[in-house]
Design a protein around this ligand. Structure first.
Ligand code: FAD
Ligand code: SIN
Length: 522
């Protein structure tokens, strides 16, 4: 089937939906979602969205906190744009129907998280993402110009390559004409022609064994963009959240929001002693890279599988009002957080790098935009400040929409795009080959490309990955296309890029820590 739209949006999280709402008054919009519309990382976001709301906070303070967390590898211009537009974008989310918690004074209740010098995190209890997603989904579903295609898998974006032309990575005129989209229920691959396309496919946490990310986060957008010879950046900076609930075999790992530490919870070692002061004067509220490494080090020293987060000093009232989901989840696995410490362990959480974009969400490929976790805007530098991700998504989806509306007005749909060629493929009966390779890849990444790295570990990771890459390409060439084989291929590309960027960085900075390059003493 051929479809023709003005705006194609790949992804139905905060980045995709907020962008779709903006462009929808200027043409026909198609949103493609891999599973169902609300199964996104956005839905799982707990802590909240950072924005400057009241005195004594200021844009300058938030800017400095973002730069400090990012070890000043951030693009300062992008940081300034993001923070100074934060208030306006949050008010827009509120206007679209999002409810953030309020104090009795009528002001928004603001939380504090690691690396923030002020209370500035707007939240909805400990399920902020679900509330934002609910509001956006309702708005999008009632817009007459927007169609949502659930349970459809985008395989590749369409470029000149599909017209039979040779496209080189250095080619500056690569253009996007839409995407090939698979309906796994029928096996039919649609050719979606679009004047402009936005990639909003989120993160890639599933390249690791333990992650807070839902199963949809397999780096598809980064991989399809890289295959189309687009420019990616900052791939070595993978953020491990310090505190996911230690509950082996649960996937995804349940997050214990940093806001709990902001409210007074303290990290303790396996014997119940505080340890963060040994690593940073900010203690349990130091930036995430420092806390995750400290936990990793304590676990290696004691040989334990986890450390503890002690929330017993927080009042019952605060726990019930602000953290009801965490209370209920822990209780469901036998831990009463009012009386017992929570076993926690770091988990892959966020990819700071991805598709390189400019201040209007433009990628290196014409008529192709990216925003949300898939994009590398330059905001985060070497480490993301907590709760800056939802903010980044709305700021750059807004900015991308402004550009895309103008681009769509002067662009015609490309003619002559062939349908997907599935010649010579047979049904893949050996699903075990795919699932086993996926597990091997996750083990390689967790063991050799995790919180602490070395040249030798990276080399080993690359060598092992290369074998899986060759086997998978062979399988892909002869298999009927399925989300499983596509995801595996995409995860291999993303893993390759993480290893490649990590190998090229000859220093320890922010989220990239190598024992071969001890950090500079400040
Ligand atoms: P997502 O919300 O992940 O949406 C991705 C979309 O792309 C999905 O609809 C998916 O189906 C679709 N997709 C992917 N691949 C394909 C494909 N091949 N074909 C079709 N569709 C595809 N950030 C904060 O700022 N504050 C927080 O408090 C916070 N808490 C978090 C808690 C958890 C547990 C997690 C996992 C993350 C948290 N983050 C937080 C990070 C933040 O939630 C994400 O970075 C952000 O929501 C990403 O939004 P997105 O729109 O880019 O992607
Ligand atoms: C959390 O609630 O701790 C997650 C916040 C984030 O990832 O920004």
């Amino acid at each position: 089937m051929r479809r023709e739209v003005d705006f194609l949006v790949i992804g139905s999280g905060i980045a995709g939906l907020s962008y779709a709402l903006k462009v929808a008054d200027h043409g026909k919009v198609l949103i493609v979602s891999k599973t169902f519309v609300n199964e996104t990382s956005t839905w799982y976001a707990q802590g909240g969205i950072a924005a400057v709301m009241y005195n004594p906070d200021s844009y300058e303070k938030h800017i400095q906190d973002t730069l400090n967390a990012g070890n000043h590898l951030n693009d300062e211009e992008i940081v300034r744009i993001t923070i100074t537009e934060s208030t306006e974008r949050v008010k827009e989310l509120i206007g679209w129907g999002t409810h953030f918690d309020m104090e009795s004074s009528g002001r928004y209740a603001l939380a504090r998280e690691g690396g923030h010098s002020e209370y500035r995190v707007l939240h909805h209890q400990d399920k902020t993402g679900a509330e934002i997603q609910r509001a956006l989904t309702e708005k999008v579903q009632s817009h007459p110009n927007i169609e949502i295609l659930e349970n459809h898998f985008t395989i590749d974006i369409i470029t000149q390559h599909h017209l039979g032309r040779i496209v080189r990575r250095t080619h500056s005129d690569i253009q996007c004409f839409g995407a090939y989209v698979l309906d796994p229920a029928t096996g039919i691959i649609d050719t979606v022609l679009a004047k402009t396309t936005q990639i909003a496919t989120g993160g890639a946490g599933n390249v690791y064994q333990t992650t807070t990310n839902p199963t949809i986060s397999t780096g598809d957008g980064i991989a399809m963009f890289y295959r189309a010879k687009g420019v990616v950046d900052n791939m070595e900076f993978i953020q491990f959240h310090p505190t996911s609930l230690y509950n082996p075999h649960e996937k995804p790992s349940f997050l214990i929001t940093e806001a709990l530490r902001g409210a007074g919870a303290i990290l303790k070692d396996i014997k119940g002693n505080e340890f963060m002061h040994k690593y940073d004067e900010r203690g349990s509220l130091a930036p995430r890279d420092i806390v995750a490494r400290a936990i990793d080090s304590e676990m290696k020293l004691s040989g334990s599988d986890h450390v503890y987060l002690d929330a017993r000093l927080i009042s019952e009232r605060e726990i019930m009002n602000h953290f009801p989901s965490i209370y209920a989840k822990c209780l469901s696995v036998g831990i009463n957080i009012l009386k017992e410490m929570i076993p926690v362990v770091p988990a892959a959480h966020y990819i700071c790098g991805g598709i390189k974009t400019d201040e209007f969400g433009q990628t290196s490929i014409k008529n192709l935009y990216a925003s949300g976790e898939v994009a590398s805007t330059g905001l985060h530098g070497a480490n993301r400040l907590a709760s800056n991700s939802l903010l980044e998504s709305v700021v750059f989806s807004h900015r991308a929409s402004l550009h895309a509306i103008e681009a769509a007005a002067v662009t015609k749909l490309q003619q002559g795009i062939p349908n997907w060629n599935a010649e010579g493929t047979v049904l893949n009966e050996e699903m075990v080959l795919i699932t086993q390779s996926r597990k091997e890849l996750q083990a390689i990444m967790s063991n050799y490309v995790g919180i602490v790295r070395s040249n030798l570990r990276l080399k080993r990771a690359f060598d092992r990955l290369y074998t899986i890459y060759n086997e998978t390409e062979e399988l892909y060439d002869k298999s009927v296309i399925s989300p499983e084989i596509c995801e595996l291929r995409n995860m291999i590309s993303v893993a390759y890029l993480i290893i490649k960027f990590a190998s090229q960085r000859k220093e320890s900075i922010g989220l990239h820590y190598s024992i071969d390059y001890p950090p500079k003493q400040s």
